[in-house]
Design a protein. Structure first.
Lengths: 396, 396
């Protein structure tokens, strides 16, 4: 705690310090002396740092002891002063001439900072497969830190985030209420002839105004809402095509509060759904309950996937891709935590406080069905954080 | 052109082929045989590929001849079939077990694909400092392509995009109309007591519904709208703090159509602005016109910045950061093209068809002033794509 600490913290200093202690234990287990954290969600989780600045190189440096150091573009150091729990003496901005300049790389400045702390010859952990930690950033560090030993620390901080604190669960519950409201808005506004972009505008408006007096933050993935044949592709974004009678549209969206995401998907059919959509709907719902029955402390992640897939196959459907993934705090381009997945072979043991997106999407040859839920592992089993009606939304 | 070509192209096949020819010439100049394009904007510009799938590894491969190859996650190959100009025989999806799996890396699959084409021992161009091309992706390629020679192709495709085609300029003009409408919405809705998130929800709604019958796409940067002391930091996002009388708020937003961005910023003051805000406003406006006078074919980018900064300094203000950058087609996290910058030392020659965000933001000790414009270089000079009133928006 310092006098010039930020006024805008989402968590207590004690919680940040507990996260740092947990992370340092994981560093020690991997013989990492100094951790360079470039994942924006990991940076925020460790320090509170907030801001849309991840399009330039930035990092949080966690040394062997003491508070972490925020490092980034000089103009964003001002944002760090407004958001991190550390004192201003732990905020370091680099000169703007480093920004998107092929002549020099910001990591040269980071190496100088590490040297100032006598860390240039230590075992340095890097998030090697993280968005925003580019090949050039790696090559610059390796060149300017010849005495350092690089250790792959990819996912190290992400894994510390798996089990959520009470406050984190509170934010996730608020996000869940927001996504419920967004789906309610879709059921109210979607009609044949409505332009897709107009419906998406209403979805954004519902999400960002928030719910139950809690404000909505921006989602790490924009609303995905493809119709008809476009819904055979999972990640297309919108245009101005009107909704049409006889078409299915799936809505993959998230409610967000203070960067915590509650993703939930539903499928809407305008007109009477063909029998095969009803068949797919029933298969998904039955497979989901089979999976949910396995969602409890002590079980493996794959237990949920295996129960889900066995039921789905018995009912005549196949799904090759994973059925879910860990969620929580996130920044674009992904609202997943990139740790455990609900798929065969993932032997991560479920614990109370883990939260995942149970994502049993089915893509049919002429469309898709998504009925997905944000799920919290409790002491005794699992809790669906939302109460949105599960079935296919049908408007005749 | 192929029978199974996508129905959703934003440009003619001829335009994609011209872009590819231009890019191949630049490859030849750098002795690159095979270019691996991982920047989502470069992927879209070369092939038409569209979709929110850049959170997994994907690329467009441009070999010595023939159409490019789209490579990505199997489920996104379906999106490629809906959006790229190439035939389906030039779309390659990798197995879902590669996704976010520490046991193996998707680039192993890409290397096999290159080998199948006999390209494993060629000179291979990589976008080394691009978001989404991670250190691990680089290390995996280097390990699995021992016979290849890696050449840094960072920015190679970006630079081909600098001069816009007629159709691109048409999309940018539509985006400019959209951002004008967004600023009009701000002037109408902003009042003391309005929660920031509610105002941002209205800004999103105005942007995505679009203008003049043209639909709005999502911006690559969310609306930035900090007030008061938070406005000393350029990249903070919103919460539910109410707008307050006596405070300045700047709105850094973009209108977007088919991924083409027209960013424009304005500053709003609730109540009578203090003299120093008026002084800063006048300085910025005078410095902007000095800069615009230098914005013409044949001049250097730095000519604009130098004229701008000289005027700003004469009027008693300083700006350390660059005064602008190239814009056009983009994906999160940045709406800049990451080629030329308006700053001292950038000797890029201005040409008709170049478009940039003239971004003369001033951050004062207790707030910020942003009055910025999307600008098109014409045959004879420069054109501001928007007609939004430039001055400080004041609501008493």
């Amino acid at each position: 705690m310092t006098p010039n600490q930020s006024p805008n913290l989402s968590f207590s200093t004690a919680e940040y310090e507990a996260r740092i202690a947990k992370t340092r234990a994981a560093m020690q287990a991997k013989e990492i002396d100094v951790l360079i954290v470039t994942d924006p969600a990991n940076m925020a989780w460790l320090t509170g740092y907030e801001g849309w600045s991840f399009y330039v190189h930035q990092a949080v440096i966690l040394g062997p002891d003491g508070p972490p150091i925020w490092w980034g573009r000089a103009m964003d150091a001002l944002g760090a002063k407004r958001t991190v729990f550390m004192g201003h003496d732990h905020i370091h901005g680099y000169d703007d001439s480093y920004v998107q300049n092929p002549e020099k790389h910001p990591m040269e400045d980071l190496s100088m900072l590490l040297a100032q702390h006598g860390w240039h010859s230590k075992n340095i952990g890097l998030e090697l497969d993280n968005y925003y930690f580019t090949a050039a950033a790696y090559l610059s560090l390796v060149e300017t830190l010849p005495l350092a030993r690089v250790i792959n620390a990819n996912g190290l901080v992400n894994w510390q985030r798996s089990v959520k604190s009470e406050t984190e669960i509170t934010y996730l519950r608020r996000a869940a209420k927001i996504v419920e409201k967004m789906h309610k808005t879709i059921r109210e506004r979607a009609e044949p002839g409505v332009r897709k972009n107009d419906l998406v505008a209403d979805i954004y408006h519902a999400g960002i105004t928030g719910a139950d007096g809690h404000w909505g933050d921006y989602p790490s993935i924009v609303p995905l809402a493809p119709s008809g044949a476009d819904a055979t592709a999972p990640h297309l974004t919108w245009d101005d095509s009107p909704l049409e009678k006889g078409e299915a549209t799936f809505f993959e969206i998230a409610g967000v509060h203070r960067r915590y995401h509650a993703p939930q998907s539903r499928t809407l059919f305008l007109g009477e759904p063909p029998a095969k959509y009803r068949k797919a709907e029933n298969a998904v719902l039955e497979a989901v309950s089979a999976g949910m029955a396995q969602a409890k402390p002590g079980n493996f992640c794959e237990d949920i996937a295996n129960a889900f897939n066995a039921t789905l196959n018995r009912l005549g459907f196949e799904k090759d891709s994973r059925a879910g993934y860990s969620i929580g705090l996130s920044y674009p381009p992904d609202w997943g935590e990139r740790t455990f997945s609900l798929r065969k072979g993932d032997r991560t043991v479920l614990e109370p406080g883990m939260v995942f997106h149970f994502m049993p999407a089915l893509w049919l040859d002429d469309g898709g069905i998504e009925i997905t839920e944000p799920v919290l592992i409790t002491k005794t089993g699992a809790e669906n954080l939302c109460n949105t009606p599960a079935e296919l939304a049908v408007k005749l």
